[in-house]
Ligand binder design. Structure first.
Ligand code: FEO
Length: 389
């Protein structure tokens, strides 16, 4: 793919990773992009780089526009290696560039990754770097989702270079929101928030309030498409997600050995259905945790089921609970269920884990020895219905 001029003198020069299907464990069914942007003014600035394997692509695209040694600034909005991994190769060519990064965490992070041998400029919120006709100013967004995160704003162009914020793992050769399947992009933006930003709702709210005060014609994230016409939509989505106000909806997540816990999961589903609550059923054998979390982002209820194996819950359920704990959903209601042969330890273990995450349990843990009868499934459905109606 060649560079794309997104505004006169401003280019998208990053990379599309069409076939990546895992981003450190988060499933990326629509691939990913690592966006970088070049601003050509009296001074030349490259905003972010790309993942290391795409360094040569980035260098080739920039070189279609300017000689690499003419770059004055490389802005590193975020140290994580999907945006900084190409820095060592880029710096071999951009020999006159100063690397701009957030003080102090960005500087510390970049130096820990790439050493102290480059010319760094550590900036604080509100600092301004003039490029000539245009300028860049910086807004700290710490813990969205690393301590070093910042976003870069160009007031003359009304463009926000937002790095991870407002991003989506969505590969496309068309850079703008108005050129792509928006429903797919919104789904990926939701999945991105759920799996990357959910633990940092308070910080997201603060950053969102600052961003909403800026005049914006484009938001250029470092993943996915550029927001133009649909800026209000993505800002509204973030407003809803960062305040953690789940909808009256349920996710039922389970694994099963001999289908008994699976039968219980279906009875739980019937209980929610009778109560008029939209619910989704996820067998952990065939659903990825990152997709499940995308629905949990907006769901008030999470029911988790596991049979007992060697006095423990199943490892798949333990892994899911561990993943969900890290993403720290707030204000949720939980339900634990499962079948067992003799010990039955898995069910209180699941309940304890949910309570440990701050979930309010809607009923006692629901246990079933061996195989549930029709009668016991009806009773389970009734218990769930009464608990959530
Ligand atoms: Fe896209 Fe946190 O890196």
């Amino acid at each position: 793919m060649n560079k794309v001029e997104i505004r006169p003198g401003i280019y998208s020069v990053g990379a599309v990773d069409w076939n990546v299907r895992s981003f450190h464990g988060y499933s990326t069914d629509r691939g990913a992009t690592y966006n970088a942007y070049l601003i050509v003014d009296e001074k030349i600035a490259l905003i972010d780089t790309v993942k290391e394997p795409f360094a040569e692509e980035l260098i080739r695209r920039v070189s279609q526009i300017v000689d690499m040694d003419k770059i004055d600034y490389i802005v590193s909005n975020h140290v994580e290696m999907d945006h900084s991994g190409a820095l060592p190769q880029v710096m071999k060519h951009a020999v006159n560039a100063t690397i701009i990064t957030a003080a102090p965490s960005g500087l510390k992070g970049l130096q820990a990754h790439y050493g102290t041998g480059y010319h760094y400029q550590a900036v604080k919120a509100g600092d301004i770097v003039s490029l000539g006709k245009r300028s860049l100013t910086f807004v700290g967004t710490p813990m969205l989702h690393w301590p070093d995160n910042m976003v870069t704003y160009c007031p003359e162009e009304k463009i926000l270079f937002s790095n991870d914020a407002f991003g989506q793992h969505f590969s496309s050769n068309m850079p703008f929101d108005v050129q792509v399947d928006l429903n797919a992009v919104y789904q990926e933006a939701k999945k991105y928030y759920a799996n990357i930003l959910m633990p940092y709702g308070m910080q997201a709210k603060k950053a969102l309030d600052i961003v909403k005060g800026l005049e914006l014609e484009m938001i250029c994230p470092s993943h996915g498409i550029i927001w133009t016409k649909h800026i209000p939509d993505i800002l509204n989505m973030y407003e809803k997600y960062c305040t953690q106000q789940p909808e009256r909806a349920a996710c039922i997540v389970f694994d099963s050995m001999w289908h008994s816990t699976e039968k219980m999961a279906h009875a739980v589903l019937e209980g929610f259905s009778r109560a008029g609550i939209p619910a989704k059923l996820y067998d952990l054998k065939v659903n990825h945790v990152s997709d499940i979390m995308t629905d949990i982002l907006i769901s008030e209820y999470v029911a988790v089921g596991s049979p007992t194996l060697n006095n423990q819950m199943l490892p798949t359920v333990a892994a899911f609970l561990c993943y969900m704990k890290g993403l720290a959903p707030k204000g949720r209601k939980g339900l634990a269920f499962g079948s067992y042969g003799w010990g039955g330890q898995s069910i209180p273990q699941v309940a304890e884990s949910l309570e440990g995450m701050g979930f309010e349990l809607v009923c006692q843990p629901l246990k079933q020895a061996y195989v549930p009868s029709e009668e016991s499934l009806n009773s389970l459905e009734e218990t769930v219905f009464q608990a959530v109606k």
